[in-house]
Structure formats: structure tokens, C-alpha cells
Design a binder for this molecule. Structure first.
Ligand SMILES: C[S@@+](CC[C@H](N)C(=O)[O-])C[C@H]1O[C@@H](n2cnc3c(N)ncnc32)[C@H](O)[C@@H]1O
Length: 346
């Protein structure tokens, strides 16, 4: 159910903090948009910054004409007020009336003009005691969504990991973050050129195959960060260690850890002396980055046949077969042979 919150009587000088809290609450409790009647750029910047860092598609617009919003809204209009009907009597009816149309929730700051009571389909009270618009909105949305909004995933640059004590925040880095991390770890131009080329190919494949492109991009850009420490077979492991220390999202770390060839089986890993771990790509994003890396040497594309020849020459028959199988699997998912993406990127 799509929910828009309309904040009326916002006074930029007095209400900045509380309207910020109304907007944060709207976002966290499952609304998709907040409209604010007075223009307030600072408020907009604060909320957009939160959305940038913590994710989601939440939208803010200030300086709207609230009467026009009320007039033109085609879904169910709900005004939160201590004088309304009890929330538990109202939510079932609101859900039913809304169907797949949206819900507009009106919250006031100071005294709310009479016309809002009349223009709303429901006047709803969260207790008939005076409380804050922040708490009224939170409880109303929680009842409306029956608590499901608590489990919403916000695909974000920063993600808070629930922890009994202390703070844990992990980062899903964007392109600029990845570049900063690479340079900070001392990656040279050769590595940077290579990872960019792998990124271009991996993102093109990922787009065709319906992968999570944020993960693909970050995984591809960071896949060789371990080469700042070692160029051995353990560089994927070394890279994963660097990223875990930096609190990078584990989904990206695993892309890095599992990118060698089409993966290294547990027995092979033992023989190679790699630390205990899983080096086989499992998710779509892990597979795409591994194979994109196989198809890029330095900053040039190489065809599958060349890759297979190189592996076989080294006596790595089985790994070559795995690469061939992975190539086929991903080509099927992308709807075309992966080599078709070479041209598009050049
Ligand atoms: C601080 S109150 C202002 C109330 C104001 N005195 C009035 O007459 O409307 C701000 C907003 O909080 C919300 N609110 C406060 N108490 C509420 C309650 N018990 N149930 C639902 N909403 C409430 C209403 O949306 C209200 O406009």
C-alpha cells in the first residue's frame, strides 16, 4: 500500500526539528513520500541525505499547496487527530477502502483548520489524549502495516546491523567509495584500469541477467584489492580480509573472496594452502564478477577460448571446465553469449 504523508502548518523557523522527525518516521515506517506545505530547503537536504546514506526510495517535496493535494488525491485521506475515531476501529476500514489506491495521511503542527476534518475520509485518533505528531504517525503506520514495515530492507550505502551492544554499521560502497578505498590501500594504475574494465563488463552482464547492480559494481571494482598485498592465489582471500576490516557489506566481501577462476573447490583450496573458507561463487553477483574477471586480462577483453586454453596449458583441466560451465550458465541468464557484451562496452 502506497502511503503519502502531508505535513501541514510547518513553520520552518519553529518546526524544523519536529518536521524532520515526522519525515524520518514516515520513511522508516513504510511511507513512500512526504509533502510539506512550506518551502524548506534545509529540511529537504537533511532528508535526502538520510535517504542517500540509509537507502530506500523515499521522496520529499516542500512548498506544496495542501488544499490542492487534498483536492487532487485520488486515494483514501486520513487525518490524524486526537478528536477522531480510535485507530484500531479505523485501520481495517482504511485498508479496505484503499485497496490498491494510495493513502494520504495528514498531520498537523499547530492548530488544524476545520476544513481538514471535513475533507478527510477518516479522522483517526491514536488515543484521545494530546500526543506528538511523530508518535501518532508512527503508531498509525505500524497499525496500518500490521508491523510488517519493521522488516523492510532499505538497499543502502550505510546499513545498521542490529547489535546488542554498541554500533555496527556496514557500507555498500558506491563507485566513488570504491575508488577511495582502492587508492587508500595503494592500488596502482594497472589495477585500477583492470578493475574498471571488469566493472564495465560485469555491469553489462548484470543488467541483462537481472542482478543487483550495486553489488556487482562494488564487487567488480574491489575484486583485486588484495593485489595491493599479494599477487598469489591468496589475493582474493587477502582482499576479503581488507574489506572485512573496513566493515564493507559481506555480500561484496564474498564476491571478492570467491572471484578466482570459476571458484576454488574446498579440496583444491586445501592443497593450495588457502585459509579455511568458501571460495566457490554462489550468488548471481558472485558468479558474474568471477566470469567477467576471467574474460578480462589487464585492460583487454579475451575470448572464452583463450581463457580455456590458458588454463589447460597450465594443466588446470577441471577449473577450465568449470569456467566453461559458468560461461554457459551466465550466457543463458543474460540471454546472449557473454562475449556479445565486449563490443557494447568498448
Ligand atoms: C502537537 S499536535 C497539535 C494539535 C493541535 N492543538 C490541534 O488542535 O490540532 C500536532 C499534530 O499531532 C497529531 N496528534 C496529536 N495528538 C494526537 C492523537 N492523540 N491522535 C492522533 N493524532 C494526534 C495531529 O496530527 C496534530 O495535528
Amino acid at each position: 500500500m502506497n502511503v503519502t504523508v502531508l505535513r501541514i502548518n510547518h513553520r520552518p523557523t519553529r518546526d524544523k526539528r519536529i518536521t524532520t522527525h515526522v519525515a524520518l518516521t514516515a520513511r522508516a515506517f513504510g511511507a513512500s513520500t512526504i509533502l510539506v506545505d512550506q518551502r524548506d530547503e534545509e529540511l529537504e537536504d537533511t532528508i535526502r541525505d538520510t535517504v542517500y546514506r540509509f537507502g530506500g526510495d523515499f521522496r520529499i517535496e516542500s512548498g506544496v499547496d495542501p488544499h490542492r493535494v487534498m483536492r487532487e488525491f485520488s486515494g483514501v485521506k486520513v487525518h490524524l487527530t486526537m478528536y477522531g475515531i480510535p485507530v484500531d476501529q479505523a485501520v481495517g476500514r482504511i485498508r479496505e477502502a484503499a485497496g490498491d489506491r494510495g493513502v494520504l495521511v495528514v498531520v498537523g503542527a499547530s492548530k488544524v483548520p476545520r476544513e481538514y476534518y471535513e475533507a478527510s475520509d477518516f479522522n483517526v485518533a491514536v488515543t484521545n489524549q494530546p500526543i506528538s505528531e511523530v508518535s501518532a504517525l508512527a503508531i498509525f503506520l505500524d497499525r496500518l502495516f500490521e508491523g510488517r514495515e519493521m522488516n523492510a530492507e532499505f538497499e543502502a550505502r550505510m546499513r545498521v546491523i542490529p547489535s546488542e551492544r554498541g554500533k555496527r554499521v556496514v557500507m555498500l560502497p558506491d563507485e566513488a567509495d570504491c575508488m577511495n578505498i582502492l587508492r587508500d590501500e595503494g592500488a596502482d594504475e594497472r589495477i585500477i584500469r583492470h578493475v574498471r574494465k571488469v566493472r564495465d563488463l560485469a555491469v553489462a552482464i548484470g543488467r541483462a541477467a537481472g542482478a543487483n547492480l550495486r553489488l556487482v559494481e562494488a564487487g567488480a571494482l574491489l575484486h583485486d584489492i588484495g593485489r595491493t598485498k599479494t599477487n598469489g592465489i591468496d589475493h582474493a582471500y587477502a582482499g576479503a580480509q581488507i574489506l572485512r576490516r573496513r566493515n564493507i557489506d559481506e555480500r561484496v566481501v564474498r564476491i571478492v573472496e570467491r572471484h578466482t577462476g570459476a571458484g576454488i573447490l574446498p579440496e583444491e583450496a586445501r592443497k593450495l594452502g588457502l585459509p579455511e573458507g568458501n571460495y566457490v561463487p554462489e550468488t548471481l553477483e558472485e558468479k558474474i564478477v568471477a566470469q567477467a574477471d576471467n574474460l578480462v586480462s589487464g585492460d583487454r577483453y579475451i575470448g572464452l577460448s583463450t581463457v580455456l586454453e590458458m588454463y589447460r596449458k597450465k594443466g588446470l583441466q577441471e577449473p577450465a571446465e568449470r569456467i566453461e560451465r559458468l560461461h554457459r550458465e551466465l550466457s543463458e541468464k543474460a540471454g546472449t553469449d557473454l562475449e556479445a557484451f565486449f563490443q557494447e562496452d568498448q
